[in-house]
Write a protein that binds this ligand. Structure first.
Ligand code: DMJ
Length: 588
């Protein structure tokens, strides 16, 4: 609910308090209380709960405290309803107050949101939830699962919660016995057969009990192939079993070695032949977390090779995919435009730019993306940059976290109260998705029609980043954790008692000259001193000889491109081929 900052609003607030008090008096009368709930009192309580008194100055501790409370209320409403109507099934159906096993029938939402209980400091419920999983969590099931989703949501959730449960400073459970790691190891073992392919890139789907099914599709996305290192590497390091880290690295490098001469990777490829089947390249759908895991693997494991890969991938993305402040999809070989679309998965990108030290671009892109949110109250899955409209067939907002994630990173980096204001606005929109049995996705951002769906990432990621945005000095933000692509915090340091194995995989790679490395560090230093004062990134980069690719309105008219999913002939893919700013000599 949005409440205008009007002098009358404070009076209205007092009136509400009085009315709520009257409601309480009514409740105090035993006869009324016992016979039926008072709907007026409930209405008033809800109104009061979602009311932000104008007295709290923006960005103040007082305001942050109020905002945190609203996020917590949202989390527990969704979580309690999941437990009540859906556990031990995968997800809650918030409109029908029912459940669905749409992933692996492995209590997905509880596993995914376990570490959020730790982030909220709810030790009692964390311990109770671990107990529930002990009773109900089984992976011995004849069920087809997505390797990618199972990895990021379940394996990542188990590993993160295990590490937090073992952290003596958090004092989550006195009697924690390593159960979550045991389950993580069992799950990792069940996923391993997917990697037995000629390229080393895993099948997208596997049966948890019987392995890869005969006739399984051999097409997978780049995100699936390149989003394994954090979870699989951590599993190796915790279990002492190096094979997990090895297969994850092999898959990543197999993907990387198939990049085009322009340094871009496509959206889908065949795991048997290694041939690209969908050559659109972008930073959003089907590719997004490939970029994220390169830089985060470097942070988590400290191996320079990850940084080197990230620098090259980032460099190509900036040169060929950015139409500042937007990002578009281009053909990976020609760099010609195929999709002038902002897809909402791209919204994680400003967070990556913050991590990479590029605050200026991060804030500009964030502003553009937030502009779309402001327009509709949510971000649609696809927003067409050519006609400035919601893309047909991509009208929904499934409670995704990415824009909030970027807002949190930007607030951490700048402490600019604007980002708290953005968070408050997003929170107000999310409050409107509340239904009696949880929070429902938005089916159409223009009509705000609700959908009977509440993805597990709403609890594990969306609300975590929102809560952390309003808790800027939280322990999870003290620099000792990396967040997985599903928002699971993984500590940089091993905890006492965990087994450790040396890292595997990069030793076979030659070392490359890395001209961008020094630049990266200089850039970080520079940002450290002038967070908002950068004039021209390009000239400071020494990249001024590269052609700047600016997106002019007229360039965005389009004709149909073969590799595009669009069938109505809207797009023109005849943009001039840009000059490449990538060091081609540094190929692998
Ligand atoms: C999450 O499951 C992860 O962030 C994933 O990388 C892609 N996006 C969804 C939420 O939008």
């Amino acid at each position: 609910m949005r409440v205008a900052r009007h002098p009358l609003s404070f009076l209205a607030f007092l009136l509400l308090l009085n009315l709520a008090g009257a409601g309480r008096n009514l409740h105090d009368r035993k006869d009324v209380h016992e016979t039926r709930p008072d709907p007026l009192a409930k209405l008033l309580r809800d109104l009061k709960d979602s009311f932000t008194p104008a007295a709290a100055p923006p960005g103040s501790e007082q305001e942050l405290d109020q905002l945190r409370k609203r996020v917590k209320r949202m989390f527990y409403h969704a979580y309690d309803n999941y437990i009540m109507h859906a556990f031990p099934h995968d997800e809650l159906l918030p409109l029908s107050c029912s459940f669905i096993d749409n992933f692996g029938s492995y209590a997905l939402t509880l596993v995914d949101s376990l570490d959020m209980l730790a982030v909220l400091g709810n030790r009692t419920e964390f311990a109770r939830a671990v107990g529930l999983l002990k009773k109900h969590l089984s992976f011995d099931k004849d069920v087809q699962v997505s390797v990618f989703e199972t990895n990021i949501r379940v394996l990542g959730g188990l590993l993160s919660s295990h590490l937090l449960a073992r952290d003596p400073k958090l004092k989550l459970m006195d009697d924690y016995d390593g159960f979550l790691l045991k389950k993580a190891l069992e799950l990792g073992e069940r996923l391993l057969p997917a990697f037995d392919t000629p390229t080393g890139i895993p099948y997208g789907t596997i049966n948890l009990r019987s392995g890869v099914a005969v006739g399984e599709t051999t097409i997978t996305s780049s995100a699936c192939a390149g989003t394994l290192m954090l979870e699989f590497g951590m599993l190796s390091r915790l279990s002492g079993r190096g094979e997990f880290e090895r297969v994850a690295k092999r898959s990543l490098l197999a993907l990387w070695s198939r990049r085009s001469s322009m340094g871009l990777i496509g959206a889908h490829l065949d795991i048997m032949t290694g041939q690209w089947t969908h050559k659109d390249s972008g930073v959003g759908t089907s590719i997004d977390s490939f970029y994220e895991y390169l830089i985060k693997s470097y942070i988590l494991y400290g191996e320079d090779e990850f940084l080197f890969l990230f620098q090259q991938a980032y460099h190509s993305a900036k040169a060929l995919l950015a139409k500042s402040p937007w990002y578009v999809d281009v053909n990976m070989e020609s760099a010609q435009l195929v999709w002038p679309i902002y897809n909402s998965l791209q919204s994680f990108w400003p967070a990556i730019e913050v991590i990479a030290g590029n605050l200026k671009d991060a804030s500009e892109t964030h502003s553009a993306f937030y502009g779309v949110w402001r327009r509709y109250g949510y971000t649609p899955e696809g927003y067409n940059l050519a006609d400035g409209r919601v893309q047909q067939g991509q009208r929904s907002y499934p409670l995704r976290p990415e824009l909030i994630e970027s807002t949190m990173y930007l607030y951490q980096a700048t402490r600019d109260p604007h980002y708290v204001q953005v968070g408050r606005d997003i929170l107000s929109s999310l409050e409107q998705t509340r239904v009696p049995c949880g929070h429902a996705a938005i089916e159409d951002v223009e009509t705000h029609l609700l959908q009977d769906k509440m993805d597990s990432f709403f609890l594990s990621e969306t609300l975590k980043y929102l809560y952390l945005l309003f808790t800027p000095r939280h322990w999870a933000l003290n620099g000792s954790f990396v967040f997985s692509t599903e928002g699971h915090p993984l500590p940089l340091q091993q905890l006492p008692g965990d087994r450790f194995t040396s890292s595997a995989g990069f030793s076979s790679l030659p070392k490359f000259p890395n001209p961008f490395y020094d630049h990266h560090h200089q850039q970080q230093q520079h940002h450290h001193h002038h967070q908002h004062g950068r004039d021209d990134e390009q000239s400071q980069d020494g990249e001024s000889s590269c052609q700047t690719i600016s997106m002019k309105e007229e360039e965005l008219h389009a004709v149909q491109n073969e590799s595009s999913d669009v069938t109505d002939g809207l797009y023109d893919c005849t943009l001039p081929r840009p000059t490449l700013c990538l060091d081609r000599n540094a190929s692998m």
